[in-house]
Design a protein around this ligand. Structure first.
Ligand code: SF4
Length: 476
């Protein structure tokens, strides 16, 4: 399993906020996806209606997941593919290595697969003495940079500048340093071409597994998945159990949402729908096709209070719009999935006790829920995890004691009014002449990176009572 560092979100976020190179790179991309998404939505007559349809499709799949999975297995098998199930990350790696051994594969090319990041599959392949080459440009950049982890689910190397990539290619490829993005792409294409031509096996993720046809749908922009699934003699598609959709018509609806929400494209450059291995007389395609359908914590999520998170179609819109993600980048989250959806899924997949900061890594501004194409109520789910942390005594004792105290006081309106009056006066007394609080005892988190506006010195109740009394006087 990929190493989990989510327990250190706070420290990592501080480091990232002070990383000037990263901050410069993040500033350059900030808002780009947001603007592109917004522009692309106007093409849809009824975006909100399409979102409702997308939500319903994903929910229908999850509500009867066992039925759709069985149907998928049956149809994929009938079309000549082999469907395998992995319960955990170790099983994913074992199944892949067994398939490679069975077919005598020595070199494996990979298209982007977030599930394979969960199991650190590349390391397992290399540990078995085989060669693996990532073919998604972002993933390739990260692989040759000592397997740096991805920082975004659709743009794994978004945190890197063109200059950093130019230096990397010059160092690793031993070629003259290039300046332009086009030149760098041509160079990567040249390096990857040979690998496509002599690889024995191709591994991809799967945006959707289609129950009615037993197909995998791959949505890409670089065409690398098309090559990785048609040139080698073996194709292995790996994805989670939740990626099932009932029909191809459902895929058509979801495809109206996915590229627009992700990159602001009406449709991605390539959409591959692959059903079974190459048939008799067919020229293109792998001779052997495998599906690895992964649970790895997903059944537990399905039975939990955050089950709606499984509707996710991995568009990345929630992170693109998240003020926290925009400022700290993806690596701060410490595991495979960053941003708001990562803050829900990671604690569920790696254990809440190993990712305590993530449900707190949100301002709850609600923007993630506003943009999610399948209407996942992310702030609600984050709140549910916060509640679970409290109930399971996973929060620091000071926080728990403060909340318990607050809950007690809140039961007595008179006492509550008196203590809040005391609290706002105290806060007011901490303000400087500019009305801002620079330092707050026991609340340094609020003031260490910025000044906090001081309250008016009167409570909401006081102000409300005052306004009510004034309204009473002025009415006839
Ligand atoms: S939670 Fe919604 S917005 Fe975020 S990646 Fe998933 S589908 Fe996209």
């Amino acid at each position: 399993m990929m190493q989990v560092a989510s327990m250190h979100f706070k420290e990592r976020a501080h480091v990232k906020l002070n990383d000037e190179v990263l901050q410069g790179n993040l500033r350059k991309i900030k808002g780009k996806f947001v603007a592109k998404r917004k522009a692309s939505l106007v093409e849809l007559d009824d975006f909100e209606g399409t979102r409702d349809a997308g939500r319903a499709i994903r929910q229908r799949a999850l509500d009867n997941l066992d039925v759709w999975l069985e149907m998928f297995e049956q149809n994929a098998t009938e079309r000549g593919a082999t469907v395998l199930f992995a319960q955990n990350p170790a099983e994913i790696n074992k199944l892949v290595l067994d398939i490679a051994t069975h077919h005598g594969a020595r070199k494996i090319i990979k298209s982007k697969s977030m599930v394979s990041e969960e199991s650190a599959l590349d390391h397992a392949i290399e540990g078995a003495g085989l060669k693996v080459v990532e073919t998604d440009l972002g993933e390739y950049i990260l692989q040759i940079n000592d397997y740096e982890p991805p920082s975004h689910i659709i743009g794994p190397a978004l945190h890197k500048s063109k200059e950093e990539v130019a230096d990397l290619f010059h160092r690793v490829h031993g070629t003259p340093r290039k300046d332009g993005i086009d030149e760098l792409c041509v160079e990567a294409r040249g390096v990857l071409r040979d690998h496509y031509l002599n690889a024995d096996m191709g591994i991809t993720g799967g945006n959707f597994f289609v129950a009615e046809t037993g197909s995998v749908v791959l949505v890409t922009n670089e065409g690398n998945a098309t090559l990785a699934t048609t040139l080698p003699k073996v194709h292995v598609a790996i994805s989670g159990i939740e990626k099932i959709v009932p029909t191809l018509e459902d895929v058509a609806t979801l495809m109206r949402l996915l590229p627009r929400s992700a990159t602001g494209q009406s449709i991605s450059n390539y959409v591959d729908i692959l059903t079974g291995p190459k048939g008799r007389g067919e020229y293109h395609g792998a001779e052997h096709m495998y599906f690895i359908v992964v649970d790895s914590g997903r059944s537990d999520v399905l039975g939990s209070e955050v089950r709606e998170a499984l509707r996710c179609i991995r568009c990345g819109a929630c992170m693109n719009h998240c003020p926290v993600y925009q400022n700290v980048g993806g690596h701060a989250y410490g595991w495979v999935y960053p941003g708001p959806i990562g803050s829900v899924l990671t604690p569920m997949y790696v254990g809440l006790e190993n990712a305590l900061d993530l449900p707190q890594a949100s301002t709850l501004c609600g923007q993630c829920a506003v943009v999610c194409p399948v209407r996942i109520p992310l702030p609600d789910l984050l709140r549910k995890l916060r509640e679970r942390e409290f109930v399971e005594d996973l929060r620091p004792w000071s926080e728990r004691t403060a909340l318990r105290l607050w809950a007690r006081v809140a039961r007595y309106p008179g006492l509550y009014a008196w203590s809040t009056r005391l609290a706002v006066r105290f806060l007011r007394s901490r303000a400087g002449s500019n009305g801002m609080i620079e330092k707050l005892p026991l609340g340094s988190g609020w003031t260490s990176g910025r000044a906090m506006p001081a309250p008016a010195g009167r409570t909401f109740r006081d102000l409300y009572a005052e306004r009510k009394a004034a309204a009473g006087k002025s009415s006839p």
